[in-house]
Design a protein around this ligand. Structure first.
Ligand SMILES: [Zn+2]
Length: 410
């Protein structure tokens, strides 16, 4: 006998709390950088839950983990999932929520005695955050065929440790070929990580796509000299170029308006002394836009300005690309499905683009894809104070359940 499947919110919250204890840091957050011991411990915990639920677990060669709940028919599964790695000062919901909610969907179906027509798959992808190894969203990018295993293995962290070696060390270099499981459709449930839903008073976001991301690092080489005796016209000040770049990026976002955002998040000077002109500066520029042509324009204007300032200052500047992803537009039918299901649950959904990168944008290369957002209190994320109200977590998981159910029964 089957009953209507319902999400067990208490169980979901308990598992989120249990996973948050792995790599716990002060303030209620988590530090499970990709492929560290803490990441391994988090993986072991979640894989244990997958197996205990009777799901068939596969690990691929980049360490992505797939848990399959068999359907009445074989063939491509309907997939959900996210990531369980975190940044160094991460919260407990980013990524983890989507993975654990996917497992709750399977538990709800089990409890209801329901076997879907298509198989369901709950996945977590390796190194989504990119906080230790770049690029970010690496596991899903490899899965989608956008990065070779060799390139991914060769990525090194700041101490020179290779990703491939770390994957082996923590026991998650699996046998399966990346991309072997090609889903029928992919749905990722995630916290918004921004303030838009909360500010506008919505519980469910139907995500229309993900904005494009451009990450570059600049290294400026000038000349160290005495801050008192060196005339201004004779200076080759690397620190000045870094500061001018930061100011320009802010001005650029103001001039372009619209969806353009820009950030200089790293700025380091050497020798970093009060009375010495800096001979070395390293800074990063993060540019994002939902429109590829505008993003390219922002890049070109930024690069040209930094070059011009450097030339005028008589210093050299080297530019290195750290990551670059074009904007992604999600499948219109899938987005409409999320909206319709949300309405059936009594929510008025809000359409919005994602400001952050997500595994779903890689999966969108393979199959119809959508994302469901729930509010982040004060928009905080990548912060130990990251929080989403339990009722909102439950609401998102309930929408995920019905979206997956529709797709798996179709
Ligand atoms: Zn995330």
């Amino acid at each position: 006998m089957t009953t209507t499947p319902v999400i067990d919110g208490i169980h979901l919250h308990a598992r989120l709390a249990a996973l948050a204890r792995v790599g716990a840091i002060d303030g209620g957050g988590c530090a499970r950088l990709a492929l560290t011991d803490a990441d391994r411990d988090g993986r072991d915990l979640v894989v244990g839950w997958m197996r205990a639920q009777g799901l068939a677990v596969t690990v691929d060669a980049i360490g992505n983990v797939f848990a399959i709940r068999a359907g009445r028919e074989d063939g491509p599964p309907v997939m959900t999932g996210s990531h369980i790695d975190t940044v160094r000062t991460g919260g407990r919901f980013d990524g983890n929520y989507g993975v654990l909610a996917g497992l709750e969907v399977c538990r709800a179906l089990d409890a209801a005695g329901l076997v879907t027509r298509r198989p369901l798959c709950v996945a977590f992808f390796t190194n989504e955050e990119g906080a230790r190894f770049q690029p970010d969203m690496m596991g899903s990018l490899v899965h989608a065929g956008g990065l070779s295993l060799q390139e991914a293995y060769a990525a090194t962290d700041t101490s020179g440790v290779r990703l491939g070696d770390e994957l082996e060390r923590i026991g998650y270099r699996g046998q399966a070929a990346p991309g072997a499981i090609r889903p029928r459709a992919f749905v990722e449930l995630h916290i918004e990580q921004g303030p838009v839903l909360e500010e506008a008073g919505y519980t469910i976001g139907a995500v229309t796509g993900v904005q494009g991301i451009s990450w570059h690092e600049f290294v400026v080489s000038g000349t160290a000299a005495h801050a008192g005796t060196t005339p201004m016209r004779l200076r080759h000040d690397a620190g000045y170029v870094a500061a001018a770049a930061a100011t320009y990026v802010r001005q650029l976002t103001h001039d372009m308006g619209g969806a353009q955002v820009g950030t200089v998040g790293v700025s380091e000077l050497r020798p970093n002394l009060i009375n010495v002109i800096a001979n070395h500066a390293r800074f990063t520029v993060d540019l994002r836009n939902t429109d590829e042509a505008l993003l390219r324009q922002a890049e070109q204007r930024t690069f040209a300005t930094i070059e011009a300032v450097a030339q005028a200052e008589g210093v050299t500047v080297e530019r290195r690309r750290l990551a670059r992803f074009e904007p992604v537009v999600f499948d219109a039918t899938m987005v409409a499905r999320v909206e319709r299901v949300a309405r059936a649950h009594g929510h008025d959904p809000m359409r919005l683009p994602s400001g952050a990168g997500h595994d779903a944008q890689m999966m969108a290369r393979l199959c119809p894809t959508a994302m469901i957002f729930v509010p982040s209190v004060k928009g905080l994320s990548h912060n130990v104070a990251e929080y989403t109200a339990p009722a909102d977590l439950d609401a998102g998981a309930a929408v995920l359940l019905d979206v997956l159910l529709e797709l798996a029964q179709a």
